[in-house]
Write a new protein. Structure first.
Length: 484
């Protein structure tokens, strides 16, 4: 298969927070890969901005080190790296003071796509937006990219939206949820809406339940201070997992365009029922495996923040009434795996007897690792001995199916940054979506705070707290095994 890379228009991208972790790990290596792949035109510029007093050369050395660390060896081409670095400059700038803004103005060119990546704490969004306007650097054609956390509750998200709206229109604001940039997440839409096979069955009449799992082996090491004010609900459920849920549950949009897709996602979020406390399990990892527990990493010995969360969620609309969605996510679990499993119901009448070994059909969409899909179907167990059924996967690993092209699949950030330059907001969260998601999570979080709820401890390397098993057992269902 030949990969079809279509270059974007030449651009100037300013990265505020240009020396930060995200810039080094994801944004800059991702841009390099798009340059290598021929998608970033040579006539584009990247301008790193941060408070540190650095020369262009020192900044380029930092970028070179980031590429060295975060780009796989087979993608490192010294000549291309040199070419890429030549497109990078640096400005020492502070959102709250004057220095640097006039220099930035001279670096950003009129007549090319201009994007400003706010890879900084949300508290600085307003100052950055204001300065860009005051200095005439931003106009109605430029774009801004903002990172999560987009607020920590409905009130703060509304305040942030209002601040940005003073300076930019909604179609200039790109709220990143990197899960929407993952290849398989977008494949969800392709699978649902480019095939006739699944859609007729995609409803409560045929779907018994849906499981969404995002399990991580890492703890909160090094991010304890942020994470302790966040927890799994704010860090993963309100954004990433909510987006996955939306893509599975939404109605077919009339077209694959930003307004249509985001309208349908918003309807799902608004249709979510309030979650009962008995449908929630919160956990916190204990010490083990030679590492400290959550409380040691959070530096708060009395922390009640959850590093694991399992929820049973209902979408109250005609399509999904009666089909529960079980969501779980956690840190320091047995394996790193993210998947969506759609379990279908029994056929209305079985012609086989009870000993035949029947099991449900399951469509498993693997986000990571080994991206792909399995459709578990029943067949006859080969050989003599009567009609015995066995479950086999119709297995499609994208790496096998697409060969070399699968290796060239852009990382989520690369793809999303190119979408910013193309001006395509389909895979970005709209302000009303973010607010609706907080409106749903706020009462749950407030309930824990009011009750002083303490999460259950769970062992590192396990699949989470015992009670999470019960969440499904009591409904006569089982979680899928967490395995890498
Ligand atoms: C981030 C969260 O948004 O997503 C992290 O803040 C989490 O806590 C990460 O580890 C997971 O992303 P991925 O792409 O590794 O699944």
């Amino acid at each position: 298969m030949v990969s079809r890379v279509i270059p974007v228009d030449p651009f100037d991208l300013v990265i505020f927070g240009g020396t930060g972790d995200l810039a080094k790990r994801k944004i800059l290596p991702g841009l390099y890969r798009r340059f290598l792949g021929g998608q970033m035109p040579a006539d584009s510029r990247i301008i790193g901005g941060a408070r540190a007093d650095l020369t262009d050369e020192a900044y380029r050395a930092m970028v070179a080190a980031a590429i060295d660390e975060f780009v796989p060896p087979d993608r490192k081409n010294p000549e291309v790296i040199t070419d890429f670095l030549a497109r990078i400059s640096y400005v020492s700038i502070d959102a709250t003071v004057e220095g640097g803004w006039e220099k930035l103005k001279t670096l950003v060119r009129p007549g090319v796509v201009r994007a400003f990546y706010f890879s900084v704490a949300p508290a600085l969004f307003g100052d950055l937006a204001e300065k860009l306007h005051q200095h005439g650097i931003a106009d109605t054609t430029c774009r801004i990219v903002v990172e999560k956390p987009f607020g920590r509750d409905l009130a703060s998200a509304k305040a942030l939206n209002a601040t940005l709206a003073k300076y930019f229109t909604e179609d200039q604001i790109y709220r990143i949820d990197h899960y929407l940039g993952k290849e398989t997440v977008q494949n969800l839409m392709a699978v649902r809406f480019a095939n006739i096979l699944f859609e007729p069955l995609w409803k409560a009449e045929y779907v018994d339940h849906v499981q969404i799992t995002v399990a991580e082996t890492v703890g909160v090491n090094g991010r304890g201070a942020y994470y302790d004010t966040s927890g799994a609900m704010r860090d993963m459920i309100q954004n990433h997992m909510m987006q996955l849920l939306c893509l599975i549950a939404m109605e077919p949009p009339y077209h694959f365009d930003p307004a249509a897709v985001r309208d349908e996602k918003l309807k799902v979020i608004r249709a979510l029922d309030a979650v009962k406390p008995s449908d929630i399990v919160r956990g916190q990892y204990l010490a083990g495996g030679g590492e400290g527990g959550y409380v040691e990493h959070s530096e708060n010995p009395n922390s009640k923040t959850e590093s694991y969360l399992a929820l049973k969620v209902s979408v109250s609309n005609w399509r999904w009434k009666g089909t529960p969605f079980y969501l779980r996510t956690g840190k320091r679990l047995r394996a790193r795996t993210s998947e969506i499993a759609i379990t279908f119901k029994e056929p209305p009448h079985s012609i086989f007897d009870e000993t035949s070994g029947w099991k449900e059909n399951v469509l498993v969409i693997r986000l990571q690792p080994n991206e792909g899909m399995d459709l578990l179907v029943m067949i006859k167990e080969p050989g003599p001995g009567g009609m015995r059924l066995t479950q086999v996967p119709l297995d499609m690993s994208f790496a096998d199916a697409l060969g070399e092209d699968a290796e060239d699949v852009p990382d989520a950030y690369e793809r999303l940054i190119m979408d910013v330059i193309r001006g395509n907001q389909t895979l970005f969260m709209r302000g009303d979506e973010v607010e609706a998601a907080w409106a749903w999570t706020d009462p749950i979080i407030q309930g824990w705070e009011a009750r002083g709820h303490k999460p259950q401890g769970y062992d590192p390397g396990s699949s989470g707290p015992e009670d999470a098993l019960m969440l499904m057992h009591r409904d006569g269902r089982r979680w899928r095994e967490i395995k890498g």
